[in-house]
Design a protein around this ligand. Sequence first.
Ligand code: 9D3
Length: 242
Amino acid sequence: MNFDVVTLFPEMIESPFAGSIIGKAVSKELIHITAHNLRNWAEGRHLVTDDTPYGGGAGMVMKPEPICRAIEHLKQQRPGAKVIMMTPQGKTFNQHAAETLSAEAGLIFICGRYEGFDERIRSYVDAEYSIGDFVLTGGELPAMVMIDAIARLLPGVLGSAGSAEADSFSDGLLEHPHYTRPAEFMGKQVPEVLLSGNHARIAAWRRSQQLQRTLQRRPDLLDKVHLTDEDLAELKRLRQIL
Ligand code: 9D3
């Protein structure tokens, strides 16, 4: 899958993945991540990509022409790719969006700086995404976040351990606690059940811990997740004791 990133700071792209699992997927050519300098499509001696806002006010606005030319060029180079604009006004990116976007032939990310994009560029993009309600200085890190979340879902990118882990996220609950050796650390014991070798007991304990954690930390998730009759009975018990 091709990930193309249009940005005024191409040096920000790719290096965050060096050495990581995503970096290895790049080496194996399972994915391609290419940064494109927006100035390649700017005009004039100063290759200007921004301008002052009509109507006045502080800050600068990204001019539409360079972005539009970048989109037309890259769409021709990558047939079938979807164009994604990174903006604070976009839909909030989540795991469901990552799964949907991982089925695309390619993705072209448009990253902005300054106050925002000229409104007329919106008709040239397929979707707009934010990564959450906090203010960053540009769309580059959000694009990298999306590439990381999407690329790890592609065949061959993660090992077998990773695919199993993907399943556990998609059940919609928070994870149960994890322990490794030593069996005692600073006076804290590993829960006895995990040393019991009783796989049915371990599975029931882990499921209960998932429900407890989700109830305490992210009760909002419980409205969306599919729960069995056993889960509902356990939740009722947990609500009484917690
Ligand atoms: C003063 C009004 N600001 C909107 C909250 C303007 C503004 C702030 C920051 C416009 C652009 C930006 C830069 N951020 C992004 O481009 C961005 C972003 C983000 O800041 N948070 C979460 N997701 C994203 S996606 C792109």
